[in-house]
Design a protein around this ligand. Structure first.
Ligand code: PEP
Ligand code: MN
Length: 291
């Protein structure tokens, strides 16, 4: 049988290559090209190391503002907090939804933090784009290709989380949906995958960091909160992430984690978060990154 020519979709990837032909278009920009995602005074990528922190969800103005002030004081540049939540059970707290929009505005006005929030559907893009600086695609939406295509039509920075069952290739192809529309402002996020191990909520795939940076020009951040599900394991995995070459972290923080409406068990207390930022600065100095 004649060999399948290179570039043919039936061609097998090169030995040792993790990605297939389709991906190569955006990677062909130039082998050295590295995308930096900039918005306001935040740059994700290059020698910068960006810390995004905040609660899993906005629960009230008081709760969100208390946490926002704490993370801002400790050195966050971007506040994470979801208004719309995908939950495994429909009976769990699914977010304040539209009711929380003004809270995001208040946090930005009072603290100057940029805002990152999750977008679940194409219909929410416009509404959330006015209130947030980053739109986050959660792991459950990584395969919502219509949503990804719509985000590709915007120029909004997107944080794209890896599905708990996605290979790196699938994550990169999901990113390609956004890039294909002309939106280059994509940040990849490793947030743990599902394996046979049950000790942690997910298995944080630290190897994904150097692998994705080799395979793609996009910046890569790590979510050690969902990646472990265990408060005490968040800081060690965060330290490992920066050491492995990540461009940033997204970390859950709550001042009263025992009362949190979602993900309290993996949320750092503000003091723990401040201590972690100190450790990150120390590591950053050694490896030539700027926090
Ligand atoms: C989140 O970041 O709030 C979240 C729900 O994460 P994931 O989609 O990774 O589960
Ligand atoms: Mn969460």
């Amino acid at each position: 049988m004649a060999p399948v020519p290179a570039g043919d979709p039936r061609a097998k990837p090169e030995p040792g290559s993790v990605i297939q032909v389709e991906l190569s278009e955006s990677r062909k920009l130039s082998p050295e090209h590295r995308t930096q995602v900039r918005t306001g005074d935040v740059v994700i990528g290059d020698e910068n190391f960006t810390v995004i922190a905040g609660p899993c969800a906005v629960e009230s103005l008081d709760q969100a503002m208390t946490i926002a002030r704490a993370v801002e004081t400790a050195g966050a540049k971007v506040f994470r907090a979801s208004l719309y939540k995908h939950r495994t059970s429909p009976r769990s707290f699914r977010g304040l939804r539209e009711e929380g929009l003004d809270i995001l505005d208040a946090i930005r006005a009072e603290t100057g933090l940029l805002i990152d929030t999750e977008v679940l559907s194409s219909e929410q893009i416009e509404l959330l784009s006015d209130r947030a600086d980053f739109l986050r695609v959660g792991c459950r939406s990584m395969r919502n290709y219509e949503l990804l295509s719509e985000l590709g039509r915007t120029r909004k920075p997107v944080i794209l989380k890896r599905s708990m069952s996605a290979t790196l290739e699938e994550l990169l192809l999901a990113a390609e949906y956004i890039l294909a529309g002309g939106n280059e402002r994509v940040v990849l996020c490793e947030r743990g995958i599902r394996t046979f191990e049950t000790y942690t909520r997910n298995t944080l795939d630290i190897l994904a960091v150097p692998a994705l940076k080799e395979l793609s020009h996009l910046p890569v951040i790590v979510d050690p909160s969902h990646g472990t599900g265990i408060r005490d394991k968040v800081a060690p995995m965060a330290r490992a992430s920066i050491a492995a070459g990540a461009d940033g972290l997204i970390v859950e923080v709550h001042h009263e984690p025992d009362r949190a409406l979602s993900d309290g068990a993996q949320s750092l207390y503000p003091e723990q978060y401040a201590e972690l930022v100190g450790q990150i600065r120390t590591i950053a100095e050694v490896i030539g990154r700027r926090v």
